[in-house]
Write a protein that binds this ligand. Structure first.
Ligand code: ADP
Ligand code: MG
Length: 247
């Protein structure tokens, strides 16, 4: 078998003795999109926090292999260095700074360390064009809407050496146009061999975008299915643990 990009095996995570994840395993190849579905509180974000180093190595059971190597991250800096970038539901940009400053913030160890001002402006303009944002690099974040900020976060991720992009419910507060842009970006990334984990309650988006759908219920891994022949009703049945006509 080909070596997967990501191989999470039997992840168990507890909070004060209560299990939020009860042995969840997922695999992903480069250029694939995996969606994770589950009701609120089922453990989706916790699984992504384990993957991205928010919950460090040693605070969970199970193993994470990325490009074949065991991941022992102690922070999101460590996972970003590997090419794993997470965009959380809660926005994380610094409101008082500009788009450019946010994009290059915390990237001083990255490959753009030696860019001068002009190069950073050019690079930021390119990234903004890629996410279809018609704003200037010097625009303060506080002047942007939530959806625009989400797209700036994606631009920031694209400025890093991203191999796996994690989007945790990114479209919950976006306009239809912004959702379209975001879904197009994910499709483009897919074509470039960048993998994506997508978390959304919008099952139409999930089915349109994904290769695989993993369903989690109460911290249990219910199933991972190919989207071929998978319907929205199939996903909902797995999420709630009953056939829909029983509901
Ligand atoms: P989802 O993203 O699927 O809505 P979460 O992963 O956020 O679910 O939460 C899964 C379970 O873990 C919930 O019962 C939640 O209350 C609990 N949980 C998540 N984060 C924490 C935390 N930091 N401390 C205590 N409990 C938590
Ligand atoms: Mg969540």
């Amino acid at each position: 078998m080909k070596q997967p990009l990501l191989d999470m095996r039997g992840i168990i995570k507890s909070f004060s003795g209560v299990r939020a994840l009860n042995g969840v395993s997922i695999q992903l190849e480069p250029g694939e999109v995996l969606s994770i579905c589950g009701e609120n509180g089922s453990g989706k974000s916790t699984l992504m926090k384990v993957l991205s180093g928010v919950w460090p190595f040693g605070s969970y059971e199970g193993e994470i292999y990325f490009e074949g190597d065991l991941v022992k991250a102690s922070s999101i800096r460590d996972t970003e260095a590997l090419g794993i970038v997470i965009i959380h539901q809660e926005l994380a940009l610094v409101k008082e700074m500009t788009v450019l400053e946010n994009i290059f913030l915390g990237n001083e160890l990255g490959s753009f360390a030696r860019l001068n001002d002009e190069e950073m402006h050019r690079r930021t303009s390119e990234l903004l064009a890629r996410v279809k944002l018609d704003i200037l690099p010097d625009t303060p974040i506080r002047e942007l809407g939530v959806g625009q900020q989400q797209l700036v976060e994606i631009a920031k991720a694209l400025n890093k050496n991203v191999k796996l992009l994690i989007l945790d419910e990114p479209t919950s507060s976006l306009t239809t146009t912004e959702i379209e842009i975001l879904l197009n970006i994910v499709s483009e990334l897919k074509q470039q061999g960048i993998a994506c984990i997508y978390i959304s309650h919008k099952l139409e988006e999930v089915l349109a975008l994904s290769n695989w759908v993993t369903v989690i219920r109460d911290g249990d891994h219910i199933d991972t299915r190919s989207v071929e022949n998978l319907t929205q009703n199939d996903i909902i049945s797995m999420m709630v643990g009953r056939e829909l006509d029983e509901l």
